[in-house]
Design a protein around this ligand. Structure first.
Ligand code: IMP
Ligand code: MG
Length: 181
Protein backbone atom coordinates (compact mmCIF):
# COMPACT_ATOMS: atom_id res chain seq x y z
CA UNK A 1 0.00 0.00 0.00
CA UNK A 2 1.42 3.42 -0.94
CA UNK A 3 0.66 6.93 0.23
CA UNK A 4 1.51 10.04 -1.80
CA UNK A 5 2.29 13.07 0.37
CA UNK A 6 1.60 16.63 -0.71
CA UNK A 7 5.36 17.25 -0.49
CA UNK A 8 6.10 14.86 -3.30
CA UNK A 9 7.31 11.84 -1.31
CA UNK A 10 6.01 8.36 -1.96
CA UNK A 11 5.59 6.50 1.31
CA UNK A 12 5.22 2.75 1.49
CA UNK A 13 2.96 1.80 4.38
CA UNK A 14 4.66 -0.78 6.61
CA UNK A 15 2.36 -0.84 9.66
CA UNK A 16 -1.27 0.23 9.27
CA UNK A 17 -3.30 2.00 11.97
CA UNK A 18 -5.28 -1.21 12.57
CA UNK A 19 -2.16 -3.35 12.88
CA UNK A 20 -0.66 -0.87 15.35
CA UNK A 21 -3.83 -0.72 17.45
CA UNK A 22 -4.12 -4.53 17.60
CA UNK A 23 -0.49 -4.94 18.55
CA UNK A 24 -0.65 -2.27 21.26
CA UNK A 25 -3.48 -4.19 22.93
CA UNK A 26 -1.28 -7.28 23.10
CA UNK A 27 1.72 -5.26 24.22
CA UNK A 28 -0.24 -3.71 27.07
CA UNK A 29 -1.25 -7.18 28.25
CA UNK A 30 2.42 -8.27 28.14
CA UNK A 31 3.42 -5.23 30.20
CA UNK A 32 0.58 -5.78 32.69
CA UNK A 33 1.63 -9.42 32.99
CA UNK A 34 5.17 -8.49 33.96
CA UNK A 35 3.97 -7.42 37.39
CA UNK A 36 5.44 -3.94 37.65
CA UNK A 37 3.44 -2.07 40.27
CA UNK A 38 3.02 1.72 40.51
CA UNK A 39 4.56 2.14 37.09
CA UNK A 40 6.15 5.36 35.85
CA UNK A 41 6.20 5.67 32.07
CA UNK A 42 9.01 7.90 30.73
CA UNK A 43 8.49 8.75 27.07
CA UNK A 44 11.60 9.76 25.13
CA UNK A 45 10.66 12.73 22.95
CA UNK A 46 10.03 13.67 20.35
CA UNK A 47 9.51 10.54 18.30
CA UNK A 48 7.62 8.48 20.89
CA UNK A 49 4.82 10.91 21.70
CA UNK A 50 2.14 9.28 19.54
CA UNK A 51 3.15 5.75 20.53
CA UNK A 52 3.26 6.70 24.23
CA UNK A 53 -0.15 8.37 24.01
CA UNK A 54 -1.73 5.24 22.56
CA UNK A 55 0.24 2.90 24.82
CA UNK A 56 -0.85 4.53 28.09
CA UNK A 57 -4.49 4.24 26.99
CA UNK A 58 -3.91 0.59 26.09
CA UNK A 59 -2.38 0.17 29.57
CA UNK A 60 -5.48 1.76 31.09
CA UNK A 61 -7.64 -0.70 29.16
CA UNK A 62 -5.85 -3.61 30.85
CA UNK A 63 -6.18 -2.08 34.31
CA UNK A 64 -2.93 -0.18 34.82
CA UNK A 65 -2.71 3.45 35.96
CA UNK A 66 0.81 4.61 35.10
CA UNK A 67 2.25 8.00 35.95
CA UNK A 68 3.77 9.64 32.89
CA UNK A 69 6.73 11.91 32.33
CA UNK A 70 8.82 13.00 29.35
CA UNK A 71 12.45 13.51 28.50
CA UNK A 72 13.77 14.98 25.27
CA UNK A 73 16.98 13.35 24.10
CA UNK A 74 19.02 14.17 21.05
CA UNK A 75 21.25 11.61 19.41
CA UNK A 76 22.75 13.96 16.81
CA UNK A 77 21.56 12.08 13.80
CA UNK A 78 22.89 13.48 10.56
CA UNK A 79 21.96 11.90 7.23
CA UNK A 80 19.74 9.50 9.19
CA UNK A 81 22.74 7.93 10.91
CA UNK A 82 23.43 8.00 14.63
CA UNK A 83 26.71 9.64 15.65
CA UNK A 84 26.84 8.01 19.02
CA UNK A 85 26.57 11.11 21.21
CA UNK A 86 23.38 11.49 23.25
CA UNK A 87 22.46 14.63 25.17
CA UNK A 88 19.51 15.74 27.30
CA UNK A 89 17.64 18.57 25.59
CA UNK A 90 14.89 18.66 28.22
CA UNK A 91 14.88 16.65 31.43
CA UNK A 92 11.95 14.97 33.14
CA UNK A 93 10.28 16.48 36.22
CA UNK A 94 9.51 13.50 38.44
CA UNK A 95 11.94 11.82 40.83
CA UNK A 96 12.67 8.27 39.70
CA UNK A 97 14.33 7.17 42.95
CA UNK A 98 12.85 3.83 43.99
CA UNK A 99 10.39 3.84 41.09
CA UNK A 100 9.54 1.10 38.60
CA UNK A 101 10.12 2.81 35.28
CA UNK A 102 9.09 1.90 31.74
CA UNK A 103 11.16 3.88 29.23
CA UNK A 104 9.21 4.25 25.98
CA UNK A 105 10.82 5.13 22.65
CA UNK A 106 9.86 4.96 19.01
CA UNK A 107 12.82 3.13 17.48
CA UNK A 108 15.62 1.05 18.94
CA UNK A 109 18.39 1.26 16.36
CA UNK A 110 22.04 1.51 17.49
CA UNK A 111 20.67 1.34 21.04
CA UNK A 112 22.68 4.34 22.22
CA UNK A 113 19.66 6.49 23.05
CA UNK A 114 17.98 3.86 25.24
CA UNK A 115 21.28 2.82 26.80
CA UNK A 116 21.88 6.45 27.76
CA UNK A 117 18.37 6.78 29.22
CA UNK A 118 18.69 3.52 31.18
CA UNK A 119 22.07 4.50 32.64
CA UNK A 120 20.77 7.93 33.59
CA UNK A 121 17.69 6.65 35.42
CA UNK A 122 19.72 3.91 37.03
CA UNK A 123 22.22 6.48 38.33
CA UNK A 124 19.25 8.42 39.74
CA UNK A 125 18.21 5.40 41.76
CA UNK A 126 15.29 3.91 39.85
CA UNK A 127 14.26 0.51 41.20
CA UNK A 128 13.27 -1.55 38.15
CA UNK A 129 13.93 -0.14 34.65
CA UNK A 130 12.22 -1.73 31.64
CA UNK A 131 12.27 -0.55 28.05
CA UNK A 132 9.50 -0.56 25.47
CA UNK A 133 9.85 0.43 21.81
CA UNK A 134 7.46 0.60 18.92
CA UNK A 135 10.06 -0.61 16.42
CA UNK A 136 13.05 -2.84 17.02
CA UNK A 137 15.65 -2.47 14.26
CA UNK A 138 18.27 -5.08 15.02
CA UNK A 139 20.62 -4.54 12.06
CA UNK A 140 22.70 -1.62 13.38
CA UNK A 141 22.85 -2.34 17.09
CA UNK A 142 26.08 -0.85 18.50
CA UNK A 143 25.52 -1.54 22.20
CA UNK A 144 24.47 -4.66 24.05
CA UNK A 145 20.81 -3.87 24.65
CA UNK A 146 17.59 -5.68 23.82
CA UNK A 147 14.18 -4.13 24.53
CA UNK A 148 12.06 -5.73 27.25
CA UNK A 149 8.95 -5.02 25.16
CA UNK A 150 8.58 -4.18 21.48
CA UNK A 151 5.62 -3.85 19.16
CA UNK A 152 7.20 -4.72 15.82
CA UNK A 153 10.47 -5.93 14.36
CA UNK A 154 11.46 -3.39 11.71
CA UNK A 155 13.65 -3.75 8.62
CA UNK A 156 16.80 -1.60 8.41
CA UNK A 157 15.14 1.28 6.61
CA UNK A 158 14.27 4.84 7.58
CA UNK A 159 10.63 5.11 8.67
CA UNK A 160 8.28 8.01 9.34
CA UNK A 161 4.77 8.60 10.63
CA UNK A 162 3.02 7.75 13.90
CA UNK A 163 5.17 10.39 15.64
CA UNK A 164 8.35 9.81 13.67
CA UNK A 165 9.81 12.39 11.30
CA UNK A 166 12.28 13.12 8.61
CA UNK A 167 13.30 16.79 8.83
CA UNK A 168 10.28 17.52 11.09
CA UNK A 169 7.73 16.15 8.63
CA UNK A 170 5.21 13.31 8.69
CA UNK A 171 4.76 12.96 12.46
CA UNK A 172 1.00 13.35 11.94
CA UNK A 173 0.55 10.29 9.74
CA UNK A 174 -1.52 7.54 11.40
CA UNK A 175 0.63 4.72 9.95
CA UNK A 176 4.33 3.81 9.90
CA UNK A 177 5.76 4.16 6.42
CA UNK A 178 9.05 4.11 4.64
CA UNK A 179 10.16 6.88 2.33
CA UNK A 180 10.70 5.31 -1.07
CA UNK A 181 14.02 6.14 -2.65
P1 IMP B 1 19.59 4.81 18.44
O1 IMP B 1 20.13 5.68 19.51
O2 IMP B 1 20.55 4.61 17.29
O3 IMP B 1 19.02 3.50 18.95
O4 IMP B 1 18.45 5.62 17.73
C1 IMP B 1 17.22 5.70 18.27
C2 IMP B 1 16.64 7.06 17.98
O5 IMP B 1 16.87 7.46 16.63
C3 IMP B 1 15.16 6.97 18.18
O6 IMP B 1 14.83 7.62 19.39
C4 IMP B 1 14.58 7.67 16.98
O7 IMP B 1 14.13 8.94 17.38
C5 IMP B 1 15.68 7.84 15.98
N1 IMP B 1 15.46 6.96 14.81
C6 IMP B 1 16.10 5.80 14.51
N2 IMP B 1 15.65 5.27 13.37
C7 IMP B 1 14.67 6.10 12.94
C8 IMP B 1 13.79 6.08 11.79
O8 IMP B 1 13.80 5.17 10.94
N3 IMP B 1 12.92 7.12 11.69
C9 IMP B 1 12.86 8.13 12.61
N4 IMP B 1 13.66 8.17 13.69
C10 IMP B 1 14.55 7.17 13.85
MG1 MG C 1 13.77 9.38 19.41
Amino acid sequence: MNHSTNTGHELEVIFTPDAIADRLGELAREIAGSGLDSLLVVAVLKGSFVFAADLIRALHAVGLAPEVDFMTLSSYRKAQISSGQVTILRDMDLDVKGRNVLIVDDVLDSGRTLAFAKDLLSARGANVIKTCVLLDKQAKRAVNLEPDFWAFQCPDTFVVGYGMDVAHRYRELPFVGRVRE
